[in-house]
Write a protein that binds this ligand. Structure first.
Ligand code: NAP
Length: 313
């Protein structure tokens, strides 16, 4: 019997084991491999377990005529064309909430690393500069500063809650004001938010509607003492403007977990010493990835059992 579940992307051994325990599943690493599947095998596929950032659009969906659900491994589903899916009657699910803590932790860690110059501090010890009598140049106080959250969604709120505990003033921009703890200040544009803070943390969804929201003018408003942290998607930032501002000292620094064209990061980032760079590892802990994989499987199981989906987008 042909498999009803097609897993696309790079799954680790534990995920493969769990998928195989739950379903009649086949694995393919890319859409190119699907084209080579026998036509009756493609017709048998009712659910896709999707992992990755390769665009999943109308053409790819057309290869799988019986497809009823795409269960995305991750909360951000900007790679999936949800309009095309809807037109074909395909539901899309994601994995919200289970990763909020890890992504928020990483945002705070990058901010601390950048502000306290921890990359240089580490090298200072390893390279023997400290042992040779040199003190690390003084860096910058973070607690008590002003932080702006661009996109007060699930992850944005977790970041803000952590930084409130750092005694920071919390500012935010969303598409409208939100119910928040006392003192969190709403700004009516990304520019106004950037002008009001020392640190700007981007926690928006990706996709066309948020593309380039962190524009040259937002970066200018953040200014030469400002630090940009991005854990959302590379697409939300005008990367050319960011690189120029970092290179010319028009922005103090950045902490980036996501990039345009990742993993082929623009080499100009690599020669900057005012940036902390991470390989899109926001949710990358053993515990959280297991929770994401379970939620993905639970959505597929619900679909195949004719039950309501747990986290449909
Ligand atoms: P969420 O709760 O849906 O929050 C999304 C935020 O984006 C909200 O603030 C929302 O605005 C804003 N937004 C949505 N559509 C918009 C539009 N058209 N224009 C302007 N703003 C818009 O999502 P989440 O769970 O916090 O996740 C946020 C994103 O983080 C994900 O989509 C993903 O791209 C990224 N992420 C990255 C990693 C990583 O490894 N670095 C891991 C997980 C997630 P409102 O507040 O106005 O609703």
């Amino acid at each position: 019997m042909h498999a009803a579940v097609l897993a696309i992307g790079g799954y680790d051994d534990a995920d493969v084991r769990d998928l195989e325990a739950g379903f009649n599943v086949i694995f393919r690493s890319s859409f190119d491999d699907i084209q080579n599947m026998a036509i009756d095998a493609r017709h048998a596929v009712r659910a896709v377990a999707f992992k990755g950032h390769t665009p999943f659009g109308h053409q790819e969906m057309a290869l799988l005529p019986s497809l009823g659900v795409i269960a995305n491994y991750g909360v951000g589903y900007d790679a999936i064309d949800t309009v095309a899916a809807k037109a074909r009657g395909i539901a899309v699910t994601n994995t919200p909430d289970v990763l909020n803590d890890d992504v928020a932790d990483l945002a705070v860690a990058m901010m601390l690393m950048q502000g306290r110059d921890m990359r240089r501090g580490d090298a200072w010890v390893r390279d023997g500069i400290w042992a040779g009598g040199g003190d690390l140049p003084l860096n910058r106080k973070i607690s008590g500063g002003r932080v702006g959250i661009l996109g007060l969604g699930r992850i944005g709120r977790e970041i803000a809650a952590r930084l409130a505990a750092f005694k920071m003033d919390i500012h935010y921009w969303s598409r409208g004001p939100k119910k928040t703890p006392d003192g969190w200040q709403y700004h009516n544009s990304p520019d106004a938010l950037a002008a009001a803070v020392d640190y700007l943390i981007v926690a928006l969804v990706g996709g066309t509607q948020t593309c380039g929201i962190v524009s040259a003018s937002v970066i200018k408003a953040l200014g030469p003492k400002g630090v940009l942290i991005n854990i959302s998607r590379g697409s939300t930032v005008d990367e050319a403007a960011l690189l120029e501002a970092l290179e010319k000292g028009h922005l103090a620094g950045a902490g980036l977990d996501v990039f345009l064209n990742e993993p082929a990061v623009d080499p100009r980032f690599l020669s900057l010493d005012n940036v902390v760079l991470q390989p899109h590892q926001g949710s990358g802990t053993i515990e959280t990835r297991a929770a994401m994989a379970k939620l993905q499987r639970d959505n597929i199981a619900a679909f195949l059992d004719g039950q309501p989906l747990l986290t449909e987008v």
